[in-house]
Design a protein around this ligand. Structure first.
Ligand SMILES: Cc1cc2nc3c(=O)[nH]c(=O)nc-3n(C[C@H](O)[C@H](O)[C@H](O)COP(=O)(O)OP(=O)(O)OC[C@H]3O[C@@H](n4cnc5c(N)ncnc54)[C@H](O)[C@@H]3O)c2cc1C
Ligand code: FES
Length: 288
């Protein structure tokens, strides 16, 4: 079982884990992900590989706690194991010499765009990064992105740091200024990716988004990750996760992401109750 060798809290509810897995560390390429299961009764869920160290044999993942499974992972500590850790999955992001590229990351998507920006810079592109978070304390990997890009623009929705507004504002300015943009890569919340796609559609700037539908097996067999791209059904786990943003049916993706919302809510409530009971039991044990 893969062992967690490092854990770091990057921001409230966002944690970084460095996990021992020499095979994945050697093989993985930017844009690929793992599917993991924390314990025997846990669900399988995907996380992007944010980094790897082939010499040390480690893989870095960054998780935002949004529900039961991500919280269960968040409770793990260095020295503990993760039951299943399968990858690298998905097609790598095509790293070529495009010219001037813009790499956009929102929220935990900053961790996911980082390896892409870094690889594009190494491939000889001029890389402008635009990263955003709801508020300053939720911003992650700013320094790492500064290293990975030639220029970095930071935005916060509430204006507590950097540009006040969404990541789309600086992109809009660049487009209106007539800056040469040969390709845009974007990873983040679906609404953000859709807004970026709408901005680049008019000027026909090639734009790639990394889609995040619900995944189960990650091998193209279960069909859970169905997305519609260019009117054709694709399986994001094997045909993606990167797709042409101008071809993606975002409305359908949003609908499918919400289909288990009630069950997810119940599962989270039950888990929080269990955590609460455990906390009471352990404080009683200390008192005794
Ligand atoms: C290719 C890919 C890469 C991803 N990379 C990252 C990453 O690097 N860091 C990160 O924090 N998150 C990432 N995600 C999202 C992450 O998988 C979900 O946040 C996680 O599965 C939520 O599970 P939960 O039980 O904690 O929450 P739940 O309460 O079950 O769900 C919360 C929301 O998460 C989504 N979700 C639920 N189950 C799944 C599932 N099995 N697969 C995908 N989405 C699901 C749904 O939108 C749901 O409404 C990625 C998703 C995909 C598809
Ligand atoms: S996750 Fe099962 S087909 Fe993609």
């Amino acid at each position: 079982m893969p062992r967690i060798v490092e854990k770091e809290v990057l921001a409230p509810g966002i944690k970084k884990f460095v996990v021992e897995h020499p095979l994945i560390a050697r093989k993985r390429q930017p844009g690929q992900f793992v599917i993991l299961r924390v314990h025997e009764k846990g669900e399988r869920f995907p996380l992007t590989i944010a980094d790897s160290d082939p010499e040390r044999g480690t893989v870095t993942i960054v998780v935002q706690e949004v529900g039961r499974s991500t919280m269960e992972l968040g409770l793990k500590e260095a020295g503990e194991n993760i039951l299943d850790f399968v990858g690298p999955l998905g097609k790598p992001t095509p790293i070529e010499k495009y010219g001037n590229v813009v790499c956009i990351g929102g929220g935990v998507g900053v961790a996911e765009i980082l390896p892409v920006a870094s690889a594009l810079k190494q491939a000889g592109n001029h890389v402008v990064g635009i990263i955003g978070a709801r508020t300053r304390e939720l911003l992650i990997f700013e320094e790492e992105m500064r290293q990975a890009c030639h220029e970095l623009i930071v935005c916060t929705d509430d204006g507590t740091y950097g540009v006040h507004g969404f990541v789309t504002s600086p992109l809009k300015e660049m487009i209106e200024r007539g800056d040469t943009i040969d390709h845009v890569f974007c990873i983040g919340p679906v609404l953000m990716m859709r807004a970026v796609a709408e901005l680049t559609r008019g000027p026909a700037i090639p734009t790639s988004v990394s889609l995040n539908p619900i995944m189960v097996d990650g091998t193209g067999m279960c069909g859970a990750c169905r997305v519609t791209v260019g009117g054709v059904t694709k399986f994001a786990c094997v045909d993606g996760p990167d797709f042409d943003a101008h071809e993606v049916d975002f409305d359908l993706l949003i609908k499918r992401l919400q289909q288990y919302r009630d069950e997810e809510k119940i599962s989270l409530e039950l888990f929080k109750k269990k955590l609460g009971n455990m906390a009471v039991e352990s404080s009683q044990a200390v008192a005794n």
